[in-house]
Design a protein around this ligand. Structure first.
Ligand code: GLN
Ligand code: ZN
Length: 763
């Protein structure tokens, strides 16, 4: 009998219950008990659904109120000193690490957030040094394991593996020079041993240890640590399912059989070709193989026949008892259920499956692979065959004019007419002072804005009334910026529900969901649009708003677009044509928009590419191919303008060290980039590469409500100016301000403007 499992499940609740309760707690409106109660209800409802769908091993312990990596740091007592002794209880310390805390005399910034592998999920980077005093503060996996017992159902606790935890960590500021978090492995293992032995004593027969670091190039360097750590853990632990996902193991597959684990999970969605090498590596052992044949990253229905071929290959090599059918990754990256969608057509609904539907898929594939004669299983197989065939039929309807336009892109379409040194002179027309101040685009999306949008959706507000409302918002954003003295203005993006969805809705080729939320970080969820067919622009998208905003002021107004790579990476792409082709189609649509903005009198145009880094393949061998086409599509979108039009781009949450030449190649006149929490590493990188266009390294963190004092911003500018050419420096926050409130936004920006004025006087 082939069993089935799900590696992890969305923790946001089918109706965003966790966001609601956590935000209410932060606002002081509900108690900690209320949060705990809601969390338990969401977990129970997820497990009940998964059980009903026939999944053998339910995931437990993967739930989180904010981030699962942060949960491990908190549980392991890896709590940086700045959060200790502040008089905060455990829950508030946890949230302070996540988002900073500024109240009642306490003022601590949040920890650093980074993108989780190649996804749009962000984790809080553990901060460690020699003094980190690891101990097990609580055993979340065991607590959830005990909760699910009420359902009388097998579950498999999920724990982030020790090597990945340490590999993702960074050294604290106090750590000695050259300190490597992985050196703490001997100190950390006792905590894992305690955690795992408690699970075993509690009755768990399996535990899933997630080690996605194994699909990166870094994984190989940890071979000896993997072998020694797992040798220590296995004797005290329930059977270990070592889960690898998001990519291919490559040579790491060769040391898996040295690990005394009971099972290994591989991602066959991203890397179906690794099945053969995994079978070869494991066939002489007793290690079981979990096959990630149902994608945890895509919302397209699984092709059962294709999946079954892979499963049958494994069962005939290893025997059915050693094979588990599973999701390729945790389902964290996809929405909870299609059942919440009422606006998709029946045809569209039939193409997709979300987390709960994927759970049914693993159960069906496992049953079919076990030779089940159940009528329900054969009906599901038949229905799947029909759905897949219908989608294949639909895919034949391509848009010839778009395909032809892509095919006739010329090399010169990617390049500006002159180099930056020439453009820079032409851009003096913008009349920006030294150290120009600007923002990244969005201003607070207030309750009023969201309400107006909701009313428009329900026809309680007419198009005309809504437009008037947005115009007022823009006007007040413009007046605000003039009043506090910013130099390069933005219209504030009040009309945008989301920086990707907004564009998707105005392009052909996308479909939208109503409730298909996915966690991006903490209580911030996004609703990625789905690319279903060829993409083209229906007409101008942002021009009317930018033109209106510019008409209100004599200061220059920056147009604001989302870049092709980001639109693609933050959507669910098609899987029947390449991502490159989808990005090219998007780039051509945006190129037309950029040219229209220029014609409307907009002199600075920002094309955001915050997601360019996250789309970077996990294996270096694949980088050039990706960066080649991704960079080209950005260039294609932006290069059509005159010298005097200043192009901007913006990037956040990423290390750019290793891809810097590619950022340089984009040739944006100005880039703004998240930098406030990465010390001066980024600035030094700019210097090392001799970056020669303008840059605005963010001077404060926008992901926390904390207001940066002027002195702090001055200090940052001072430090930056030690390394950067002063004529190239822009002064701006780390990212857009849409998730902030007006109060802290105003206070922070006033301080920013003051710091820039100080710099003008002193440099
Ligand atoms: N222009 C966008 C904004 O300000 C950029 C957001 C982002 O980088 N994530 O909201
Ligand atoms: Zn950003």
């Amino acid at each position: 009998m082939v069993h089935s499992s799900v590696l992890g499940f969305p923790r946001i609740g089918a109706n965003r219950e966790i966001k609601k309760v956590v935000e209410a707690y932060w606002a002081g409106k509900v108690s900690a008990e209320e949060v705990t109660k809601t969390a338990a209800e969401v977990r129970m409802s997820n497990w009940t659904e998964l059980k009903q769908r026939g999944v053998t091993y339910l995931p437990v312990g993967d739930f989180s109120l904010y981030d699962h990596v942060l949960d491990h740091s908190a549980a392991f007592n890896a709590i940086p000193k700045r959060y200790q002794g502040q008089g905060l209880n455990a829950l508030d310390t946890y949230f302070a690490m996540a988002r900073g805390h500024q109240a009642n005399g306490v003022d601590v910034p949040a920890g650093e957030m980074k993108k989780w592998f190649d996804s749009n999920y962000h984790f809080l980077v553990p901060e460690l040094d020699e003094t980190t005093d690891f101990k097990l503060n609580y055993n979340k996996a065991l607590e959830e394991y005990n909760e699910v017992k009420a359902l009388d159902k097998d579950s498999r606790p999920v724990v982030l593996g020790p090597i990945t935890f340490l590999a993702l960590a960074k050294a604290t500021k106090e750590a000695r020079e050259g300190f490597q978090p992985i050196s703490l492995l001997p100190k950390l293992l006792p905590v894992y041993k305690q955690l795992l032995s408690e699970l075993k004593a509690g009755g768990a027969s399996w535990v899933q240890l997630d080690e996605p670091i194994l699909v990166t190039d870094l994984g190989a360097s940890f071979e000896s640590q993997f072998v020694s750590a797992y040798q220590e853990l296995v004797p005290v632990s329930p059977n270990i399912m070592l889960a690898t996902y998001y990519g291919r193991l490559e040579s790491n597959v060769n040391f898996l059989n040295k690990l005394p684990v009971a099972g290994v999970h591989i991602d066959l969605d991203r890397a179906p070709q690794q099945l053969d090498s995994a079978i070869a590596a494991l066939s002489s052992t007793q290690i079981g193989l979990s096959l990630g044949v149902v994608s945890g990253r895509s919302i397209w229905k699984t092709d059962f026949q294709a999946a079954l071929k892979l499963v049958e290959k494994a069962t005939s090599a290893l025997g059915p008892e050693r094979v588990v059918v599973s999701t390729s990754t945790t389902l964290l990256h996809i929405p909870v259920t299609l059942a919440n969608e009422n606006k998709l057509t029946e045809e569209q609904k039939d193409w997709f499956s979300f987390a709960l539907e994927k759970a049914s898929e693993v159960a069906t594939i496992a049953a079919a692979a076990s030779g089940s004669q159940d009528a329900k299983v054969s009906a599901a197989l038949e229905a799947n065959r029909t759905s897949i065939a219908k989608r294949r039929e639909f895919e034949k309807n391509s848009d010839d004019s778009i395909r032809k336009r892509v095919a006739s892109i010329r090399p010169e379409d990617y390049e500006r007419k002159n180099p930056f040194s020439v453009r820079r002179e032409a851009q003096k027309k913008l009349n920006l002072p030294k150290f120009p101040t600007t923002t990244i685009g969005s201003f607070p999306q207030t309750k009023e804005i969201r309400q107006a949008r909701a009313k428009l959706g329900k026809n309680e507000l007419s198009e005309v009334e809504y437009e008037e409302f947005i115009k007022k918002e823009i006007e007040s954003a413009v007046r605000f910026q003039e009043r506090i003295g910013l130099d390069l203005l933005v219209h504030g993006e009040p009309e945008r529900n989301d920086m990707v969805q907004y564009f998707g809705e105005r392009l052909n080729g996308f479909v939208f969901t109503q409730n298909a939320w996915v966690q991006s970080y903490g209580s911030r969820y996004v609703r990625p649009p789905i690319v279903v067919s060829d993409v083209s622009r229906k007409g101008p998208i942002t021009v009317q708003w930018s033109r209106y905003a510019q008409s209100l002021t004599s200061k220059p107004m920056k147009g604001m677009l989302t870049g092709p790579v980001t639109i693609l990476n933050w959507s669910f792409p098609r899987v029947d044509i390449s991502r490159e082709l989808q990005a090219q189609q998007l780039a051509l649509a945006l190129r037309d928009e950029v040219i229209d903005l220029e014609a409307a009198g907009i002199k600075a145009i920002q094309v955001d590419e915050p997601a360019i880094r996250e789309g970077l393949p996990l294996r270096r061998a694949d980088w050039d191919a990706y960066l080649g086409w991704a960079g080209n599509t950005f260039k294609l979108a932006t290069a059509g303008v005159k010298n005097e039009t200043q192009t901007h781009s913006h990037f956040c949450y990423s290390d750019f060290d290793d891809i810097f030449p590619q950022i340089q190649r984009l040739d944006a006149d100005v880039i703004s980039i998240e930098a406030s929490k990465s010390d001066l590493k980024l600035i030094k990188t700019f210097k090392r590469y001799g970056y020669s266009n303008s840059i605005g390294p963010g001077v404060y963190d926008v992901h926390s409500p904390r207001v940066p004092p002027t002195e702090e911003i001055k200090e940052r500018l001072k430090a930056m100016l030690e390394h950067l050419d002063q004529s190239l420096l822009f002064v701006n926050p780390d990212c857009g301000l849409k998730t902030r409130g007006w109060k802290e936004t105003e206070a922070s920006l006033v301080n920013l403007v003051n710091a820039a004025r100080w710099a003008r006087e002193n440099y």
